[in-house]
Structure formats: structure tokens, C-alpha cells
Ligand binder design. Structure first.
Ligand SMILES: NC(=O)C1=CN([C@@H]2O[C@H](COP(=O)(O)OP(=O)(O)OC[C@H]3O[C@@H](n4cnc5c(N)ncnc54)[C@H](OP(=O)(O)O)[C@@H]3O)[C@@H](O)[C@H]2O)C=CC1
Ligand SMILES: CC(=O)N[C@@H](CCC(=O)OP(=O)(O)O)C(=O)O
Length: 345
């Protein structure tokens, strides 16, 4: 059994890790932290987990306890993993960080977007960006994985086949994205109240969102050149889900069919589902599930390619992808803990 700890166990991604790991045959959750709920039994706070974690209680983060684990997930706000990861890695514990602490390679850019001093620049070189569809081999050898952000997962998976094949103009990319309210975390915020977020749809951070540099970094590396991306996130009245509508401009008449390009590109990917031509994937088709569903369209056979990409922000956009990374890091079957189909309706 692989012994794991979770720092930040009361938040939405923390409890989603617990839900998914309850079905993982090779992992035992031995430590889970919360400063505000220390001493509370996990099943008292989350009765859906009764029968799975009956002996487990939240405790204050303790480096000594966490270092006894084989792996520790950080499901915490930005900056927390910076403070604890170095010590754990030095003591042989692998770290899987769901926050953005190790996602950006450029320290100055990270500090600019996250408004804090980078707390562990010495660890960056060894950090692997945990998008298995791009970095599977590096993840297998990694001690420290930076799990991609939710929007960056949906957007990169949708654009990658077209950019890698040189089919679209990298200077004219648009990502129009919608997310559910769990993307904002469990902490109380006026914008997440039922009366504020339901029956309404609004864009936010149009002039700049912290996922922009992360998406740009991935796309630049993928096609080995600059990209110009307009990224507009929206808050949609749903609990989970990301829907990304991606627009690219063809540089020439494609020799191969776009549908075939996507199907070939993702043929061996266990968690990317290219839907049949003409499909319109729905966020509910991935609810609770680690899959990214994609559809590619070329309206009116014109110059614009439209890719539709849906994920569950808490699963392929966070905790499911984190477990996919754990499976790869420990040489396990990549599907373990991630096999249940989506909830529909
Ligand atoms: N929600 C989402 O859809 C996604 C989230 N992420 C990222 O995952 C991380 C967690 O997100 P989410 O679960 O939504 O967050 P939440 O706000 O729901 O939960 C945060 C958790 O971190 C703990 N925490 C807060 N501050 C500290 C601290 N200083 N030291 C130790 N623990 C702390 C909290 O417990 P307590 O305060 O009691 O200790 C709580 O359990 C964030 O970095 C987020 O950006 C990534 C992709 C998607
Ligand atoms: C609704 C809402 O606020 N969504 C969050 C989504 C980001 C997120 O979840 O965090 P990561 O950077 O760790 O992926 C936001 O826009 O900041």
C-alpha cells in the first residue's frame, strides 16, 4: 500500500481526492490536515465518506507526520507547498501539488501573477508539469509534480493537436471558457453565493487571469514558438465543470481531416475522449470523472476551427489528474481510482 497524506483536506479538491482514493486499491490515506477542523473526524464533516475513512481525523499540518508518507498531495492555496515541499522531498516523500506553486518556470512571472515572493525557487528545476498527455515519461520519474490548473488542462488539450501539427496560426488563438463555482474553492465569498451566482453568467478577469501565463507556457513549449492567446473566463451557474470553446485560424487547407487528426493524436490516451464528428460535449458528461471530452468543428468549411473541450474542474482539472500523476509516479496502472463513469444527470 502506498501511504499518502493530504494537506488541505477540508477544501473541495481535498475532499475530491478522498472520494476518488476511496476506490483506489493501492493507496491508503494516513494523514489529512486542516488547521480549522483539527480533531474533527473526516466522516463527521463529510458523511458521504462514512464506511471509507472511519478512523481518520483532520490534524494540524505536521512535517514529521507528513514525511512518513510515500506521497503528499497539497490541496492548499498558493504558497503553502513552497514552504513544506523542500523538507518532504529531502526526506524521500514525493510531492503532488494541486496549487500553482511549481507550474510556472519563470519565477518573476509567477511572482507577478501570484503577488507573492516565490518561496522555493531551488525546487523548480526538478518540478514536472503534470499533464500526462504531454509529459508522461517525465512524470514517471518525478519526485515533485505540479498538477496543471483547471482552465489550462481544458485549453491545452483542445489546442495541442492543431498547434503541434502546425495547422493553426499561433498568433490568433481564442479561449472562451466557463467554469462552475467550485473553481473558487470552499471558502466563503460573496461571488459564490447562490443569489449571486445562480441564474446568471458573467465574464471575469478579462484583462488578465493567472492561468494565461500557464496556458501560454504550455502552448509555446508545444509548438516551439510564440503564441498570442485571448483567454476569457466566465463564471457559470453550475457547481462543477469547465467548458472551453477554442477558436483557431487555419493556416492552409488541411491535408488530413481534422477529426482524424484529433482521433489519431489521442488514440492511446486513457483520459481524453474525442467525440464523433458533429458532437457538442456537455460538462455533465464528465461530472465526477477524470475525462476530457473534445469535439472539433469547422463551421461552414471556413477558415475557423472550433474545438469544444469539457472537463470536471475538480477531477481532470485537479484531484483526478493528481491521482493520475500518482499512479504514473509509482508505476501503477494509470486508471486506478479513476474508473467510475460520470454522473448523469
Ligand atoms: N477548486 C478547483 O476547481 C481547483 C483548485 N485548484 C487549486 O487547488 C488548491 C486547493 O483548492 P480548493 O480545494 O478549491 O481550495 P479550498 O479553499 O476549498 O481549500 C483549501 C484547503 O487548504 C487548507 N489551507 C488553507 N490555508 C492553508 C495553510 N496556510 N496551510 C495549510 N493548509 C491550508 C484549508 O484548510 P484549513 O484552512 O482548515 O487548514 C482547506 O482545507 C488551490 O491552490 C487551487 O487553486 C486547482 C484546480 C482546480
Ligand atoms: C470560479 C473561480 O474563481 N475559478 C478559479 C479557477 C482557478 C482554480 O481553480 O485554481 P488553479 O489555478 O489552482 O487551477 C479562478 O478563476 O481563479
Amino acid at each position: 500500500m502506498i501511504k499518502v497524506g493530504i494537506v488541505g483536506g477540508t477544501g473541495y479538491t481535498g475532499v475530491e481526492l478522498l472520494r476518488l482514493l476511496a476506490q483506489h486499491p493501492g493507496v491508503s490515506v494516513e494523514a489529512i490536515t486542516s488547521r480549522s477542523e483539527a480533531g474533527v473526524k473526516v466522516t463527521d464533516m463529510y458523511p458521504n465518506l462514512r464506511g471509507h475513512y472511519d478512523g481518520l481525523a483532520f490534524s494540524e499540518p505536521d512535517a514529521g507526520v507528513l514525511a512518513r508518507m510515500d506521497a503528499v498531495f497539497f490541496a492548499t492555496p498558493h504558497g503553502v507547498a513552497h514552504a513544506l515541499a523542500g523538507d518532504l522531498l529531502a526526506r524521500g516523500t514525493r510531492v503532488i501539488d494541486l496549487s500553482a506553486d511549481f507550474r510556472l518556470r519563470d519565477i518573476a512571472e509567477w511572482e507577478d501573477w501570484y503577488g507573492q515572493t516565490h518561496g522555493a525557487p531551488e525546487l523548480l528545476e526538478g518540478a514536472v508539469y503534470g499533464l500526462p498527455e504531454l509529459h508522461r515519461e517525465a512524470i514517471k520519474k518525478a519526485q515533485l509534480v505540479a498538477v496543471p490548473g483547471c482552465y489550462p488542462t481544458a485549453v491545452q488539450l483542445g489546442f495541442l493537436p492543431l498547434l503541434k501539427a502546425g495547422m493553426i496560426d499561433p498568433s490568433q488563438l481564442i479561449a472562451d471558457c466557463k467554469t462552475g463555482v467550485t473553481g473558487a474553492g470552499r471558502g466563503a465569498k460573496v461571488g459564490s453565493l447562490l443569489a449571486e451566482a445562480s441564474e446568471s453568467l458573467k465574464a471575469y478577469a478579462v484583462s488578465g487571469h493567472r492561468h494565461l501565463p500557464e496556458i501560454r507556457q504550455g502552448l509555446i513549449a508545444a509548438h516551439d514558438g510564440e503564441v498570442n492567446l485571448t483567454f476569457v473566463p466566465h463564471l457559470a451557474p453550475m457547481i462543477r465543470g469547465i467548458h472551453a470553446t477554442l477558436y483557431g485560424q487555419l493556416v492552409a487547407e488541411p491535408e488530413a481531416d481534422l477529426q482524424a487528426l484529433f482521433e489519431t493524436w489521442y488514440a492511446d490516451e486513457p483520459f481524453v475522449d474525442v467525440m464523433p464528428a458533429g458532437s457538442h460535449p456537455e460538462t455533465r458528461s464528465v461530472k465526477g470523472n477524470n475525462v476530457c471530452r473534445l469535439a472539433v468543428h469547422r463551421p461552414g468549411d471556413g477558415n475557423t476551427v472550433v474545438v469544444l473541450s469539457v472537463i470536471d474542474n475538480l477531477v481532470k482539472g485537479a484531484s483526478g489528474q493528481a491521482i493520475q500523476n500518482l499512479n504514473l509516479m509509482f508505476g501503477l496502472d494509470e486508471h486506478l481510482g479513476l474508473q467510475a463513469p460520470a454522473l448523469m444527470p
